[in-house]
Design a protein around this ligand. Sequence first.
Ligand code: SF4
Ligand code: SF4
Length: 133
Amino acid sequence: MTIFQMTKTVLKSLFSRPATLMYPAKPAKKTANTRGHVEIDPAKCITCRMCQRKCPTQAICVEVKEKTWQIDQMRCVVCAVCVDACPTKCLTMDTQYRPAMTARGGLEKFTVAGPKKKEPAADAAKPADKPKE
Ligand code: SF4
Ligand code: SF4
Protein backbone atom coordinates (compact mmCIF):
# COMPACT_ATOMS: atom_id res chain seq x y z
CA MET A 1 0.00 0.00 0.00
CA THR A 2 1.46 3.31 -1.01
CA ILE A 3 1.56 6.40 1.20
CA PHE A 4 -1.04 8.02 -1.03
CA GLN A 5 -3.46 5.12 -0.60
CA MET A 6 -2.89 5.06 3.18
CA THR A 7 -3.53 8.79 3.49
CA LYS A 8 -6.69 8.43 1.41
CA THR A 9 -7.95 5.62 3.67
CA VAL A 10 -7.15 7.57 6.86
CA LEU A 11 -8.90 10.71 5.62
CA LYS A 12 -11.90 8.72 4.47
CA SER A 13 -12.16 7.06 7.91
CA LEU A 14 -11.79 10.39 9.71
CA PHE A 15 -14.76 11.96 7.99
CA SER A 16 -17.10 8.98 7.73
CA ARG A 17 -19.46 7.56 10.35
CA PRO A 18 -18.29 4.48 12.30
CA ALA A 19 -19.14 1.18 10.61
CA THR A 20 -19.99 -0.40 13.95
CA LEU A 21 -22.99 0.24 16.18
CA MET A 22 -22.43 1.92 19.56
CA TYR A 23 -24.23 -0.90 21.41
CA PRO A 24 -24.99 -0.89 24.36
CA ALA A 25 -24.61 2.92 24.53
CA LYS A 26 -27.21 3.13 21.77
CA PRO A 27 -29.96 0.52 21.65
CA ALA A 28 -29.62 -1.97 18.82
CA LYS A 29 -32.23 -2.08 16.10
CA LYS A 30 -34.60 -4.99 16.53
CA THR A 31 -36.82 -6.78 14.06
CA ALA A 32 -39.26 -9.65 14.50
CA ASN A 33 -36.41 -12.00 13.53
CA THR A 34 -33.87 -10.63 16.03
CA ARG A 35 -32.40 -13.50 18.04
CA GLY A 36 -31.92 -12.32 21.64
CA HIS A 37 -32.19 -15.39 23.84
CA VAL A 38 -34.14 -18.65 24.16
CA GLU A 39 -37.21 -18.73 26.41
CA ILE A 40 -39.11 -21.80 27.59
CA ASP A 41 -42.70 -22.31 28.70
CA PRO A 42 -42.10 -25.08 31.28
CA ALA A 43 -45.76 -26.12 31.30
CA LYS A 44 -45.53 -27.28 27.68
CA CYS A 45 -42.24 -29.20 27.84
CA ILE A 46 -42.68 -32.98 27.53
CA THR A 47 -38.94 -33.75 28.12
CA CYS A 48 -38.60 -35.36 24.69
CA ARG A 49 -34.94 -34.13 24.52
CA MET A 50 -35.24 -33.13 20.88
CA CYS A 51 -33.76 -29.70 21.65
CA GLN A 52 -30.82 -31.29 23.46
CA ARG A 53 -30.10 -33.64 20.55
CA LYS A 54 -30.27 -30.87 17.94
CA CYS A 55 -28.31 -28.18 19.83
CA PRO A 56 -24.92 -27.77 18.08
CA THR A 57 -23.15 -26.48 21.20
CA GLN A 58 -24.59 -28.84 23.86
CA ALA A 59 -26.07 -25.85 25.66
CA ILE A 60 -29.25 -27.69 26.68
CA CYS A 61 -29.54 -30.48 29.24
CA VAL A 62 -32.88 -32.23 29.80
CA GLU A 63 -33.26 -34.57 32.79
CA VAL A 64 -36.27 -36.78 32.15
CA LYS A 65 -36.53 -38.34 35.64
CA GLU A 66 -36.06 -35.03 37.46
CA LYS A 67 -38.28 -33.22 34.92
CA THR A 68 -35.82 -30.38 34.48
CA TRP A 69 -34.70 -28.37 31.46
CA GLN A 70 -31.46 -26.42 31.68
CA ILE A 71 -29.70 -24.02 29.34
CA ASP A 72 -26.14 -22.75 29.56
CA GLN A 73 -26.27 -19.18 28.26
CA MET A 74 -22.47 -19.12 27.90
CA ARG A 75 -22.66 -21.99 25.40
CA CYS A 76 -25.74 -20.88 23.51
CA VAL A 77 -24.96 -19.25 20.15
CA VAL A 78 -28.61 -18.25 19.63
CA CYS A 79 -28.96 -20.26 16.43
CA ALA A 80 -32.65 -21.10 17.12
CA VAL A 81 -32.28 -24.73 16.02
CA CYS A 82 -33.87 -25.86 19.31
CA VAL A 83 -36.82 -23.51 18.76
CA ASP A 84 -37.46 -25.03 15.33
CA ALA A 85 -37.04 -28.60 16.61
CA CYS A 86 -39.33 -28.44 19.66
CA PRO A 87 -42.49 -30.44 18.86
CA THR A 88 -44.66 -28.68 21.45
CA LYS A 89 -43.48 -25.16 20.55
CA CYS A 90 -42.59 -24.44 24.17
CA LEU A 91 -39.30 -22.82 23.10
CA THR A 92 -39.34 -19.32 21.65
CA MET A 93 -36.72 -16.82 20.59
CA ASP A 94 -37.01 -13.58 22.58
CA THR A 95 -35.73 -10.45 20.84
CA GLN A 96 -34.17 -9.07 24.05
CA TYR A 97 -30.38 -9.57 24.28
CA ARG A 98 -28.95 -10.95 27.50
CA PRO A 99 -26.65 -8.59 29.43
CA ALA A 100 -22.95 -9.28 28.98
CA MET A 101 -21.44 -11.76 31.44
CA THR A 102 -18.00 -11.19 32.93
CA ALA A 103 -17.68 -14.49 34.81
CA ARG A 104 -18.48 -18.12 34.13
CA GLY A 105 -22.13 -18.84 34.82
CA GLY A 106 -25.36 -18.42 32.93
CA LEU A 107 -26.96 -21.73 33.88
CA GLU A 108 -30.73 -21.48 33.98
CA LYS A 109 -32.73 -24.47 35.20
CA PHE A 110 -36.49 -24.95 35.03
CA THR A 111 -38.80 -27.61 36.41
CA VAL A 112 -41.00 -28.69 33.54
CA ALA A 113 -44.29 -30.56 33.13
CA GLY A 114 -42.79 -33.71 31.64
CA PRO A 115 -44.49 -36.33 29.48
CA LYS A 116 -48.26 -36.29 29.32
CA LYS A 117 -49.92 -39.24 31.02
CA LYS A 118 -51.88 -41.37 28.63
CA GLU A 119 -55.63 -41.35 29.21
CA PRO A 120 -57.01 -44.88 29.31
CA ALA A 121 -58.96 -45.58 26.13
CA ALA A 122 -62.73 -45.44 26.60
CA ASP A 123 -63.18 -48.96 25.23
CA ALA A 124 -60.40 -50.38 27.40
CA ALA A 125 -62.12 -49.12 30.57
CA LYS A 126 -65.23 -51.16 29.91
CA PRO A 127 -65.19 -54.90 30.57
CA ALA A 128 -65.44 -56.85 27.36
CA ASP A 129 -68.93 -58.09 26.52
CA LYS A 130 -69.30 -61.78 27.15
CA PRO A 131 -70.12 -63.76 24.03
CA LYS A 132 -73.70 -65.06 24.05
CA GLU A 133 -74.01 -68.82 24.29
S1 SF4 B 1 -30.33 -21.44 20.24
FE1 SF4 B 1 -28.91 -22.91 19.26
S2 SF4 B 1 -27.12 -22.93 20.60
FE2 SF4 B 1 -28.77 -21.98 21.78
S3 SF4 B 1 -29.68 -23.65 22.93
FE3 SF4 B 1 -30.85 -23.47 21.03
S4 SF4 B 1 -29.89 -24.92 19.59
FE4 SF4 B 1 -28.46 -24.59 21.30
S1 SF4 C 1 -38.11 -27.98 25.22
FE1 SF4 C 1 -39.31 -28.91 23.56
S2 SF4 C 1 -37.81 -30.16 22.42
FE2 SF4 C 1 -36.89 -29.67 24.41
S3 SF4 C 1 -37.40 -31.41 25.74
FE3 SF4 C 1 -38.99 -29.85 26.04
S4 SF4 C 1 -40.62 -30.43 24.59
FE4 SF4 C 1 -38.78 -31.51 23.94
